[in-house]
Design a protein around this ligand. Sequence first.
Ligand code: ATP
Ligand SMILES: Nc1ccn([C@@H]2O[C@H](COP(=O)(O)O)[C@@H](O)[C@H]2O)c(=O)n1
Length: 207
Amino acid sequence: MIIAIDGPAASGKGTLGKRLAAHYGMAHLDTGLLYRAVAKALLDAGLPLSDEDHAVEAARTLDPDRLDEKALRGAAMGEAASVVAVLKPVRAALIDLQRNFAARPQGAVLDGRDIGTVICPHADVKVFVTASAEERARRRYTELAGRGVNTTYEDVLADIRQRDDRDMHRAVAPLRLAEDARLLDTTELDIDAAFRAAIAIVDAVGK
Ligand SMILES: Nc1ncnc2c1ncn2[C@@H]1O[C@H](COP(=O)(O)OP(=O)(O)OP(=O)(O)O)[C@@H](O)[C@H]1O
Ligand SMILES: Nc1ccn([C@@H]2O[C@H](COP(=O)(O)O)[C@@H](O)[C@H]2O)c(=O)n1
């Protein structure tokens, strides 16, 4: 079974993806980490985020099982990732990696922006997770503050809005609701309630 989860920044895709994968005994890939890793490779080499050739080279050498999540998290890398994510050759270079991951024998949950629309258009289940920008910013701000990151709610909200705008309006594989995706708005749901709602969606499709 393939479960595709898409949605805007900080909507809870990763949280749900991890929990669904554990629940069903499936592999999980947070595809945002791939774009973050490409951006980090460019920044570490002192190259501009517009350097397509080096970005593609970095994308081709990624191993989905060896992504250093800790080094890739953070608002700055998220923003940088959304800049390299507009580059068509970079997206193309990451397609096979994601589809190969989706074909793992135990099944796979992939979360990102274009999983249900481009990477796995034939996924068994597609969930589009969202919440209001204000609620997403509140959650992300709480998360960052808990980790001791010095930021403000206003800055987090501005970052989320800017990233959503770039992701929804880029020419290639923009973030959008697939026609056959189920919309899961978690604005009024806590993590457990959102998880139960996602399970209900998956189980209903699986029957
Ligand atoms: N339903 C929910 N209620 C409250 N908090 C939530 C909920 N879902 C997720 N969170 C919290 O919101 C934050 C963002 O969640 P998460 O990292 O899963 O989002 P994401 O969509 O994967 O983010 P990104 O787009 O940056 O990769 C985390 O701190 C997570 O614990
Ligand atoms: N399938 C995807 C996944 C991510 N992106 C881009 O990467 C940025 C960071 O992603 P996070 O999920 O870690 O926040 C995101 O803003 C997108 O620009 C993508 O294009 N496609």
